[in-house]
Design a protein around this ligand. Structure first.
Ligand code: NDP
Length: 328
């Protein structure tokens, strides 16, 4: 057995360290599929793991990285054989199971999704957990009954990973998208993705009134806290907000008013433990409904040795769109 390159998280006297190192293949955890990892990505949660800012890593040593795309090397799982192109996101990778910033990964075959036709492994990671989550939110809004005819939709954290993919997909589907951002200088970028209107996130960050002027029929929120409370208070009668993030905080200082007086729904979105059928459906929709030109506009590429330095930047909201990591 040999070694492979990986970003290893270790416990230190104060907090944790993240180091690019050689990892021993014998230390890989249990799993019935071994994958040669080709691409990974940088997500908000990766920023938390790399910096140790929140206790997302729950086993040491850990290999960081919550999603990968690659090729099956070995498999004892009936669904997969050597040479298959696969995607893996979530399931505790980079948290409780050795993760994706590595040339090799061993996981459960039940966690994997086949690379959809029309997407390259790099495309899949340009989408990654953030883009997959954006699509889960779109699917939840559709299940609620939202259509472009229902009215405008708002996307918060617009210039981030979830936000950028959400805008591109919703605009392609014909929605009038209102993008909320703290980076008004990114206005041209957001318009190029398909945003019809751009609003300053400060408009949504003050404590919310129980009800406000009805501004949108639906929304996708990466921010949480007062922003989510304001989104709910400003949602039209019968509308829905899909909540997937906490970039501004875990709290939700809201009231029941939007729910009991306007029939507004709050839809929870989780990508980590999302069951396989829903994953497959979301990836198929991403292959069909995400414009590849927009995807490359969103995407910035880095090498494995640059990942650790970007951890603090994504937490500070300074990373635009999606960052793919070339592994091998
Ligand atoms: P990014 O850092 O790429 O995007 C987050 C965006 O939120 C930033 O770009 C910024 O957008 C905005 N933002 C950052 N800080 C603040 C703040 N203090 N107040 C208001 N807005 C802020 O992260 P991702 O897109 O990868 O993830 C977004 C969120 O979704 C995270 O909280 C993440 O943990 C969560 N998430 C949840 C998943 C799930 O399964 N539920 C899966 C994936 C992500 P702008 O500059 O445009 O304002």
């Amino acid at each position: 057995m040999g070694t492979f390159k990986a970003i290893r998280i270790d416990k230190a006297d104060k907090g944790t360290t993240a180091t690019l190192t050689q990892f021993d293949e014998a230390e890989l955890m249990d799993g019935d599929v071994t994958v040669k990892v080709e691409w990974s990505a940088l997500n908000y949660k990766d920023g938390l793991a790399l910096t140790g800012k929140a206790p997302v890593v729950r086993r040491f040593p850990m290999i960081a990285g919550i999603d990968f795309a690659g090729t099956v090397e070995q498999s004892s799982h009936p669904a997969w054989k050597p040479g298959d192109a696969v995607i893996c996101t979530g399931w505790g990778m980079g948290e409780t199971h050795l993760g994706a910033y590595a040339e090799k990964a061993r996981v459960k075959g039940d966690w994997l999704v086949g690379l959809p036709q029309g997407l390259s492994a790099r495309d899949a990671m340009a989408i990654g957990t953030a883009g997959f989550t954006a699509m889960l939110a779109v699917l939840a809004l559709e299940k609620h009954g939202l259509t472009p005819a229902s009215g405008p939709v708002v996307v918060t954290g617009a210039a981030g990973g979830v936000g950028s993919v959400a805008i591109a997909v919703l605009a392609r589907l014909g929605y009038h998208v209102i993008a909320s951002t703290g980076r008004l200088a990114e206005g041209d970028y957001l318009k190029s993705l398909g945003a019809a209107e751009i609003i300053d996130r400060n408009e949504l960050s003050a404590p919310a009134k129980p009800l406000g002027k009805e501004r949108w029929a639906g929304g996708i929120d990466s921010v949480g806290s007062h922003t989510l409370a304001n989104l709910l208070a400003m949602t039209r009668y019968g509308g829905a907000i899909a909540a997937c993030g906490l970039a501004a905080g875990m709290d939700l200082p809201s009231s029941v008013a939007p729910f009991i007086l306007r029939g507004v729904c709050l839809l929870g979105i989780d990508s980590v433990m999302c069951p396989l059928p829903a994953r497959k459906a979301a990836w198929q929709r991403l292959a069909a409904d995400l414009d590849r030109g927009k995807l490359s506009e969103i995407t910035h590429e880095i090498e494995l040795d640059q990942v650790a330095s970007l951890g603090p930047q994504i937490l500070a909201g300074q990373v635009r769109g999606r960052t793919v990591v070339r592994i091998s």
